[in-house]
Write a protein that binds this ligand. Sequence first.
Ligand SMILES: Cc1cc2nc3c(=O)[nH]c(=O)nc-3n(C[C@H](O)[C@H](O)[C@H](O)COP(=O)(O)OP(=O)(O)OC[C@H]3O[C@@H](n4cnc5c(N)ncnc54)[C@H](O)[C@@H]3O)c2cc1C
Length: 295
Amino acid sequence: MMYDVIIIGKGPAGISAALYTVRANLKTLVIGLNDSALHKAGEIENYYGVPHPIPGKQLLENGEKQALRLGAEILVEEVIGIEKEDVFIVKTVKGNYRALSVLIAAGQKTADVKIKNISKFEGRGISYCTTCDGFFFRGKKVGVLGYKDFALLEANELIPLTNDITIFTNGQTPEFSSDLSELAGRFEINVKPISAFEGGDFLEKIVFEDGSEYPLDGIFIAYGSASTVNFALKMGILTKDRAIVVNENQETNIEGLFAAGDCTGVFKQISVAVGQGAVAGRRMIEYVRDKKRNA
Ligand SMILES: Cc1cc2nc3c(=O)[nH]c(=O)nc-3n(C[C@H](O)[C@H](O)[C@H](O)COP(=O)(O)OP(=O)(O)OC[C@H]3O[C@@H](n4cnc5c(N)ncnc54)[C@H](O)[C@@H]3O)c2cc1C
């Protein structure tokens, strides 16, 4: 199935863009999880047209209903990466989806893993991108830090490069999907809580809270679900301070790839996300129409 537009994220930015693309008759797929920043918000009273405070969750549900009524498709799946061949391929835990253009509206989750020396060894044994750095660790002893499907799929990316791969969950119980159980069985899973990364110039070992150690050459951070930063690293999207760099049309440095909302590092408000989503939607309509005209 080929889509005109795939939107990653079903928060205010993603749904706002979908309202425009779907009403311009573009085949629009929205893929998102149920963890928009707005889920955590209590009552919203500073958004236009809200006479009485409205719970963030309610606003999200209204937005989804509106997009569905107008003809958008919405899937609740975790996106783990984007690739570009002749068209874009958006990869999720469950499958691959193709589109002429893609909007990243994935919000800005903050990295929720805090382990001593993690930043000290970034680029010196600690990486956030198997696609970018996996090759440096061929034949070596590596780990992946995480406990969800994203960690499993990052470990899978490393299989062609080395057969010594351990998944470290840092005390978390693994939350792997049952349809990935065969893949999970291919890796050693270490569930001990970690206290620090240690080494000299480069990472040499993990030290656990129980005082035991695990020597290794490198570790890939894939904690929780894939974030905007992960997509950016894999695709070579220009970022600044963990936010995607866009122009006034919400275009990134990659043709056909757009970004809107919190992930662009703007004033983190619903109104701004909705506004950027609208601008992105309008420009994507022009982009897709041009693309089809010149095909
Ligand atoms: C506690 C709190 C209170 C707030 N109060 C207000 C307020 O009163 N007024 C106001 O204007 N703003 C408020 N905000 C800010 C507002 O919620 C955000 O600015 C807004 O939600 C940003 O919209 P967005 O679409 O860019 O990102 P988000 O709403 O965060 O949506 C991101 C979407 O991307 C999806 N996603 C991310 N990664 C993946 C992945 N790997 N695969 C699939 N989907 C993915 C998420 O599941 C989600 O659907 C508040 C925020 C918080 C946290």
